[in-house]
Design a protein around this ligand. Structure first.
Ligand code: HEM
Ligand SMILES: *[C@@H]1O[C@H](CO)[C@@H](O)[C@H](O)[C@H]1NC(C)=O
Ligand SMILES: *[C@@H]1O[C@H](CO)[C@@H](O)[C@H](O)[C@H]1NC(C)=O
Ligand SMILES: *[C@@H]1O[C@H](CO)[C@@H](O)[C@H](O)[C@H]1NC(C)=O
Ligand SMILES: *[C@@H]1O[C@H](CO)[C@@H](O)[C@H](O)[C@H]1NC(C)=O
Length: 598
């Protein structure tokens, strides 16, 4: 023991001496480039700078070795040989419907689902690693949850070029990028049939954990729950929550318009909301999220969840007359979070994936796996979720065309049409295709610009580095990246090299997969963040995932059987057409007649 220690001490000294020598040599040369700017370490190896011109790749547990972690260990070599490419995997999952239907009622469905969950979430480091300030592991980065985490460290400050060592000395003007490649020419409907019910769910759902703090630079968030916490329903502070609560029977405050339940006004629940100036306070709803009064689609979901919360409270109170307001509220909140996760996995992600594998929300699948029940939202996840091309040219409500100016900031639209007609209309209207470019409506075009600006301030690494991080082949040319030769040419002129293409531009403009809503990268990068966030919820842990957490079997059953249709139809006068995709011809014929049953 003693001897080994002496030896390692000596070798450490020799090592350090060596370094000092190197650095004194290198220091003489002021033009030395930080070697980590070349992103030399492959296969998730970690680049550490030594001296000024030296680096080492830490290849520990990457399955690779060598200076740049490029040589596979035997096991990795076998795995690389056997592993199907994302293209093949995706192809299999989105074809052979008969096969997946057969599989559906066997134990193999669980096996495949478990594989999907573990393979995807293993790509996300947990505990989290870097953030916008710390490109190396640090206690501050772990501990200070006001930061979004980062999957890859920022481009080092001292690199010769904005993207490291590739590309041009200045990045393209974000406005030019938005105008030339993001701006809609003619509305391109999503080939998967995604509708506005989906689009507003996407926005409503994600804004509980994407809440960039724009007041300070440096990649900070205001959503400290870092996952599905329903803070968009209950508020992100305890103070806001208490304002929104009725403090009776566990319920949330509400108001009746006619005989229907709607969120309370800001005079009844004084919380900060953003509305246009001069909107009378009786038309200002008080909601969990300060922005959800801006778009009727968001106010609609806020109303549905409010009604669902109060409905579940009644069910719990009937079984637990002894429970106080607090316990009814807290238990209902857990049921609501469970319902959200269930609907998101089995309907929202199911729709988005286009998989014929029937996805399953069952936390038990992971109980024998190595899996951390925690999550930290990443800045890259927030960036790639800017899905503004979903927004249509105008909104068709009850067969009438409503323009953006009539739609936005108009809270009376919801009370005027009612929940049923809005759900029906949004479910029937197709959304825009997200990937491939040229599909962002004027109203949201500036957001693309702002997103690109933000990504530069945060020094997000090039798109191709993320391709590698997610086990995808880096693109070798702009012509491989997109099928649109004009766009390829334009991007090449502006960026110079494919290795300098930015992350957000990359995920949004990449060619879409055939008949799909977006390209390979959006799926392969988005899915890991998404599934890790959903299953990493404490609700899914063995300690929580049991009936007592939800007040007994009744509550547990509500979680395990939640659907979008129940969310709507348990809380409306009649049951409209409700889905995340537009009706097919058959559904069209069947669903025109309103029904009251589920
Ligand atoms: C008419 C509809 C919409 C408008 C007017 C709108 C507008 C905006 C604006 C102004 C921002 C802030 C940009 C910035 O300051 O950097 C933003 C952020 C964002 N939007 Fe939208 N948006 C709309 C629809 C959507 C939809 C359908 C989604 C779907 C996922 C979405 C996802 C996001 C995300 C993820 C962010 C980042 C949030 C954050 O970082 O805090 N938006 N949007
Ligand atoms: C490692 O990467 C650096 C920089 O990209 C390159 O110059 C060097 O030749 C590589 N070394 C090996 C052993 O591949
Ligand atoms: C798959 O099985 C579940 C229950 O095991 C059933 O509810 C569902 O309808 C089936 N789906 C398909 C596509 O066969
Ligand atoms: C997190 O870091 C920021 C920036 O350094 C700091 O202002 C803030 O107080 C920190 N938060 C906590 C909880 O320490
Ligand atoms: C708000 O929506 C209602 C109902 O569709 C409509 O009558 C009204 O004109 C809209 N308000 C504005 C300011 O466009």
């Amino acid at each position: 023991m003693g001897a080994t220690r002496v030896v390692s001490y000596l070798s450490l000294m020799a090592f350090l001496g060596c370094l000092l020598e190197n650095s004194s040599v290198a220091a003489a040369d002021s033009n030395t480039v930080n070697p980590c700017c070349y992103y030399p370490c492959q296969n998730s190896g970690v680049c550490v700078r030594f001296g000024t011109d030296q680096y080492q790749c830490d290849c520990t547990r990457t399955g690779f070795y060598g200076d740049n972690c490029t040589v596979p260990e035997f096991g990795s070599w076998i795995r690389l040989m056997l592993k199907p490419s994302p293209f093949v995997t995706h192809y299999i999952l989105t074809h052979f419907q008969w096969f997946w239907n057969l599989l559906n009622n066997t134990f193999l469905r669980d096996t495949v689902m478990r594989l999907v969950l573990t393979i995807r979430s293993n790509l996300i480091p947990s505990p989290p690693t870097f953030n916008t300030k710390y490109g190396y592991i640090s206690w501050e980065s772990y501990y200070n949850i006001s930061y979004y985490t980062r999957l890859l460290p920022p481009v080092p400050e001292d690199c010769p070029l904005p993207m490291g060592t590739k590309g041009k000395p200045t990045l393209p003007d974000p406005k030019v990028l938005a105008e030339r490649f993001f701006k809609r020419k003619k509305f391109r409907p999503d080939p998967q049939g995604t509708n506005l019910m989906f689009a507003f769910m996407a926005q409503h759902f994600t804004h509980q954990f994407f809440k960039t703090n724009h007041e300070v630079k440096g990649g900070f968030t205001k959503a400290l729950g870092h996952g599905v916490d329903a803070s968009n329903i209950y508020g992100d502070t305890l103070e806001r929550q208490h304002q929104l609560r009725l403090h009776k029977d566990g319920k949330l405050k509400y108001q009746l318009v006619g005989s229907e339940v709607f969120p309370p006004t800001v005079s009844e629940a004084p919380v900060y909301m953003r509305y246009s100036q001069g909107l009378p306070s009786e038309q200002q709803f008080a909601l969990g999220h300060e922005l959800y009064g801006i778009l009727p689609g968001l106010t609609l979901y806020a109303t549905l969840w409010l009604r669902e919360h109060n409905r579940v409270c009644d069910i719990l109170r009937a079984e637990h007359p002894s429970w106080d307001d607090e316990q009814l509220f807290q238990t209902t909140r857990l049921i609501i979070i469970g319902e959200i996760i269930k609907i998101i996995i089995e309907e929202y992600v199911q729709h988005l994936s286009g998989y014929f594998l029937k996805l399953k929300f069952d936390p038990v699948l992971l109980f024998n796996e190595r899996f951390q029940y925690s999550n930290r939202i990443a800045l890259e996840f927030c960036q790639l979720y800017h899905w503004h091309p979903l927004m249509p040219d105008s909104f068709i409500i009850d067969d009438e065309e409503v323009s953006y100016s009539q739609f936005m900031y108009n809270t009376s639209l919801l009370t005027h049409y009612g929940v049923e007609k809005l759900v029906d209309s949004f479910s029937r209207q197709v959304a825009g295709q997200i990937g491939g470019g040229h599909n962002s409506h004027e109203t949201v075009l500036r957001v693309a610009e702002l997103t690109i600006k933000e990504s530069r301030e945060a020094r997000i690494q090039p798109f191709n580095e993320y391709r590698k991080k997610f086990n995808l082949k880096p693109y070798t040319s702009f012509y491989e990246f997109t099928d649109d030769p004009e766009m390829a040419k334009g991007l090449e002129d502006l960026y110079g090299e494919i290795d300098a293409l930015e992350f957000y531009t990359g995920v949004m403009l990449e060619k879409a997969r055939p008949d799909a809503i977006f390209g390979e990268s959006m799926v392969e990068m988005g899915a890991p963040f998404s599934l890790k966030g959903l299953l990493g919820n404490p609700l899914c842990s063995p300690e929580y995932w049991k009936p007592s957490t939800f007040g007994g079997e009744t509550g547990f059953r509500i979680v395990k059987s939640a659907t979008l249709q129940k969310l709507v139809c348990h809380n409306s006068k009649w049951c409209p057409y409700v889905h995340f995709r537009v009706p097919g011809k058959e559904e069209e014929a069947n669903s025109r007649k309103p029904s009251t049953e589920l």
